[in-house]
Ligand binder design. Structure first.
Ligand code: EUG
Length: 612
């Protein structure tokens, strides 16, 4: 298992001093290495010409499109508008495209932008919204576009004009050391927020909560209800206050919660304000463009200690989950921990699957066990990564309870951290659970050439029987599709997210189709058993939205009512989360599986006068 040397011909990854989306300097070496591994696994050129030409959105002629783009250039400055008419450039996580999904489930020119515009202010965002309403151009806002595994930066409607908010709107507007809160713009990544806290000398005082990879936008991740791994892991629950540009033709700006009271000093302290809590309608939706968000920060708990347990038997899953539940609900288990399948311990080392196995179908258990037994973790079916917080005597109480409870599982082993080499994945989980963003998790994309990933992410109670039901259905569908199963349970307070990332070669159409079949079958199987996904890929949003079907789809009817009221011209992110504007409804835009085109039968012609 030799690790390839960095390829000196590859350009250096931009750092945070080069770009808002760059890597923190302390992670530069790791980024160089990660990039080498990814580029060593690429079998196709990184940049290819567009085969279908400039993707012009439905309902607009080519000549009109070019005219309205010139108008946009006049409004924003020509240097802030880029046409996507030449090539597809994929790159990698740290240098990702903002024009399309570099991990596509359909042809890569389906979910693709016609142009990208870079607003520099809230007023610019308003100008773009008014322009889009005037000309009925679909627009698609991204914060940074690193929603990889769920569609990345790509718009759902082909030819949408992407608003890349983060490139020019990336200020940390405040970090309040007394209240432990911050106020951010869309282009602030977890990396950047962490770096700024260190730079201001506040690193000993306050922590952020970061996802597995730190390159994503704090706003983008939170609006998509992403998860991190400290006690503040439920990002949406930790946000406080939004500023939103509404999609109507007057592009009104609203502030939610206490932000609605002019001059309030409580915007980031009390998320509710007075009256209905409107924040929820701007999360996983297409009802507004979020331009500022408040976020709470975690006080340094005065100490922390990672722990890791392995379990040899696959069948221990259910009893273990039943042990975890009461410990988690009572906060003896304090963080959003991960219970990962043994295969992930191997895949996260970053070497291709072919290092271990070249036969057909999923990697056999004996081969997995043989290789795992040679790692620092040892052979195991499941690994639990957790962290205890507070001073040593406080941790000891909790760790003793956990140890006694976990040892009720036959073969349970506590792994001694002092036996873990410095480059072992364990230490990445240690950093993340103590608020330091990392890049390590990226390594399993190298499992296959041109590695892409798309997640199946159902939620369930923290119950053994639910864990087993979901694990079994995933296992069955993966076996049918001949795909390796890599499940991880992320345990929230009273529920858990099962995350099954399918790692596939997106350049192989046959594999892509099998991955799609597998994902769609799992979504249907899960829904039949009463489980739904917490988040999904662009291509799967219609299907997932349709599983939330109580009372003849009453929730989607409510969403449609809101959509029509807030965005009567249907310009903002049509189709996002399965919500289609009136102009698109009933025209076959919903993807149910197996389609080769993501475009329905066009859009309805404009109705009435459009105000300017
Ligand atoms: C991961 C976690 C997620 C998610 C996608 C990927 C990480 C996998 C908890 O949410 O949605 C190791």
């Amino acid at each position: 298992m030799s690790i390839p040397k960095p390829d000196p011909s590859l350009s250096l990854t931009p750092t945070l001093s080069d770009s808002h989306s760059g890597i923190p300097l302390p992670l530069l070496e790791k980024a160089t290495h990660a990039k080498s591994l990814i580029y060593a696994g690429k079998t196709v050129p990184d940049t290819v010409p567009l085969t279908r030409g400039l993707p012009i959105p439905q309902g607009i002629s080519a000549s009109t499109f070019h005219m309205v783009i010139s108008e946009l250039k006049t409004l924003l400055g020509a240097q802030h508008v880029e046409l996507n008419d030449a090539e597809l450039k994929n790159g990698w996580y740290m240098q990702h495209p903002n024009t399309h999904d570099m991990m596509p489930l359909l042809h890569s020119e389906e979910f693709i932008a016609s142009a990208v515009v870079y607003p520099g202010s809230v007023e610019d965002v308003q100008r773009i919204v008014k322009w889009a309403n005037k000309h009925l151009v679909p627009i698609y806002p991204i914060s940074m576009g690193r929603n990889l595994g769920y569609g990345g930066a790509a718009p759902r409607v082909r030819g949408s004009v992407t608003l890349d908010l983060g490139r020019r709107m990336n200020r940390i507007l405040s970090i309040n050391e007394e209240d432990y809160t911050c106020l951010l713009e869309p282009g602030v990544s977890f990396y950047a927020l962490h770096e700024e806290i260190q730079r201001r000398g506040l690193g000993d005082k306050m922590w952020i909560d970061t996802p597995d990879l730190g390159g994503g936008s704090v706003i983008g991740n939170t609006l998509d209800r992403g998860v991190g791994y400290t006690p503040y892991g439920d990002h949406w629950a930790q946000h406080a206050g939004l500023e939103v540009v509404l999609p109507g033709d007057d592009a009104r700006v609203v502030r939610t919660g206490m932000g609605a009271l002019e001059g309030a000093n409580t915007w980031q302290c009390f998320p509710y304000g007075f009256g209905p809590v409107s924040d929820g309608i701007f999360s996983q939706s297409n009802f507004g463009i979020v331009t500022k968000m408040g976020m709470t920060l975690m006080p340094n708990p005065g100490g922390f200690e990672s722990f890791m347990y392995t379990f040899p038997d696959e069948s221990s899953l259910a009893p273990l989950i039943d042990i975890i539940r009461p410990l988690r609900i009572s906060n003896i288990l304090e963080n959003v921990a991960q219970l990962r399948h043994g295969l992930q311990t191997l895949s996260v080392k970053g070497l291709p699957r072919s290092t271990y196995y070249t036969g057909p179908g999923p990697i056999p258990q004996e081969i997995l066990s043989e290789h795992l037994s040679r790692t620092a973790t040892g052979d195991c079916a499941w690994v639990y990564y957790g962290m205890s917080y507070g001073p040593a005597h406080i941790r000891k109480y909790k760790l003793d309870v956990i140890d006694a409870e976990f040892h009720k599982i036959p073969g349970c082993r506590k792994i001694d951290p002092s036996k873990m080499p410095a480059d072992e994945y364990f230490w990445s989980r240690d950093r993340i659970a103590s608020g330091t963003p990392d890049l390590e998790e990226l390594k399993w994309v190298n499992w296959v050439p041109n590695g892409s990933h798309i997640a199946f992410s159902p939620v369930s109670p923290i119950q053994g029987k639910d864990a087993s039901a979901l694990y079994e259905l995933a296992k069955k569908r993966h076996a049918e599709a001949g795909i390796d199963l890599m499940p991880a349970f992320c345990v929230g307070l009273r529920e858990m997210h099962l995350i099954v990332e399918i790692v596939f070669d997106a350049t192989d159409e046959g594999v892509r189709k099998r991955a799609e079949r597998c994902l769609r079958d799992m979504i249907d199987d899960a829904a039949k058993l009463g489980y739904g996904e917490y988040r999904t890929h662009l291509a799967l949003m219609d299907q997932v939205a349709a599983t939330y079907n109580f009372n003849d789809g009453a929730l989607m009817k409510l969403n449609n009512t809101l959509k029509d009221a807030l965005d009567p011209n249907g310009i903002l992110a049509p189709g996002r989360c399965g919500i289609w504007p009136k102009r698109y409804r009933g025209r076959g835009w919903e993807l149910k599986g197996g389609e080769t085109s993501s475009e329905g039968k066009g859009v309805a012609p404009p109705t009435g006068e459009v105000k300017i």
